[in-house]
Design a protein around this ligand. Sequence first.
Ligand code: FES
Length: 96
Amino acid sequence: MSPLHTIRLEPGAHCFSAAPDQTLLAAALQAGVPLRSACRNGSCRACLSQLQAGEVHYVIDWPGISRDERAEGAVLPCVAQPRSDVVLQAGRLVWG
Ligand code: FES
């Protein structure tokens, strides 16, 4: 079984676990953290967040963020799987 990674989502310091083969969005929703989403395929940017720490792997070749945005820490949790413990600054939570 793959080791779980710890994901911390700000604001609010919501902590939950995610498997390496699980997207950050799926793990958040499973944990009851209502990270905003729409397409869930990496194209609409509704889930756009900031990666503050950690590494992710994209499940698609061309997620809807530019190379520059990626370099600045932008991340699309709906198509990003953790490769380490991760700290995310959520773009928008449903309740926020
Ligand atoms: S929900 Fe559309 S890009 Fe993530």
